[in-house]
Design a protein around this ligand. Structure first.
Ligand SMILES: Nc1ncnc2c1ncn2[C@@H]1O[C@H](COP(=O)(O)OP(=O)(O)O)[C@@H](O)[C@H]1O
Ligand SMILES: [Mg+2]
Length: 330
């Protein structure tokens, strides 16, 4: 496995109180594999990603569990060691590339900095390597784009540059956190295509974080559904998207346009979509039992009191729901 996350619990502290934000999360991704982590905003997707990268914000910490990258346990490494791994062994692409790019430095120079800091190639070859990388992600006229500034680029082109920066030091794992959310539909598809091509060429492992199930279906071979910090379902992409077992996963599927891109059809469809009533409880307001029980139509007393564990079903599909346990759906 390139990445193994085992029983990870991440807590946030506010004054004397501590709340679990991510609970007992286990994930793994092999070489060339893509796992999509899906769930509504506030479910803990970004916090999970940041804990893997060793970039948790102040007030957050790993309370238990382990993170292993290429066989090396990284969850207990000191910050200085983790810094050395970022870029070279794992890197992250964020939703808004403008905030990750330096506005006053030419694009090519910024990529060159990544190569320099990881001593990827001899100084005399850096410029040529950057131009090759810009060409690899499909930027036209890369010799000229080397000298362009971020504001001269469209959102899609900036995200291509972020892909270059993430890939420059040839990591084994890329975490893409909502990489296309800020882009329009056509450009979204182009960036997902790009990630897929790069993955095929380089055998990358990708953790794709998205609330867009279409993006998950285009790129991921497996999907894990996160609800209020807990994984409630995981399985092969087709299985989870067409036969979701958890009531929350079903709600997510029903609340999204059908899995075809744009072409003017999505607006009309969006109006007919069902939404899941209620909201994801923030970490400080999560109670016992299944976190979804307050929004679940099939909830029983047991759901309020006990935490359902993930149970394996056929075909590598697993679900944590009392209602889905007896072979059927909840
Ligand atoms: N920097 C932060 N400071 C305080 N709370 C945060 C911070 N980042 C995330 N949170 C809280 O942690 C929980 C999980 O957030 P997040 O991982 O960003 O969710 P997602 O990426 O699934 O939308 C949310 O309740 C959010 O409010
Ligand atoms: Mg997020």
């Amino acid at each position: 496995m390139v990445l193994s996350v085992e029983n990870l619990t991440v807590v946030s502290s506010q004054g004397k109180r501590t709340f679990p934000v991510v609970e007992d999360l286990s994930l793994s991704i092999g070489r060339g594999g893509t796992l999509a982590l899906v769930g509504e905003s506030g479910c803990g997707k970004t916090v999970s990603a940041l804990s893997i990268m060793g970039l948790l914000p102040p007030g957050f910490s790993i309370a238990s569990g382990s993170i292993t990258l290429g066989g090396e346990k990284i969850s207990s490494l000191p910050k200085s060691k983790l810094r050395g791994l970022r870029g070279r062994r794992m890197s992250m692409i964020f939703q808004e590339p403008m905030t990750a790019l330096n506005p006053v430095m030419a694009i090519g120079k910024q990529v060159a900095e990544v190569l320099k800091s990881h001593r990827i190639c001899p100084p005399g070859q850096i410029k040529g390597r950057v131009v090759d990388l810009l060409a690899e992600v499909g930027l036209p006229d890369p010799e000229r784009q080397y000298w362009a500034y971020p504001h001269e680029f469209s959102g899609g082109m900036r995200q291509r540059v972020m892909c270059v920066m993430a890939l420059a030091a040839s990591p084994d794992l890329i975490i893409a956190d909502e990489p296309t959310t800020a882009l329009d539909a056509t450009v979204q598809a182009q960036i997902l295509d790009l990630l897929r091509d790069l993955q095929a060429k380089r055998g990358l492992a990708i953790l794709l974080i998205t609330h867009n199930l279409l993006a998950a279906s285009l790129l991921a071979d497996r999907v894990a559904v996160l609800y209020a910090g807990r994984k409630v379902e995981e399985g092969p992409t087709d299985e989870v998207l067409t036969n979701p077992l958890h009531p929350y996963a079903r709600g997510l599927m029903d609340s999204q346009p059908k899995l075809t891109l744009g072409q003017g059809g999505t607006q009309g469809m969006a109006r007919r979509l069902k939404i899941i009533a209620g909201q994801v409880p923030p970490p400080s307001q999560r109670q016992g039992g299944c976190h979804f029980h307050g929004r679940c139509e099939a909830s029983t007393d047991k759901c309020q009191k006990e935490i359902p564990t993930l149970i394996a079903r056929s075909g590598g599909h697993s679900v944590a729901c009392f209602g889905a346990e007896e072979g059927g759906k909840a």
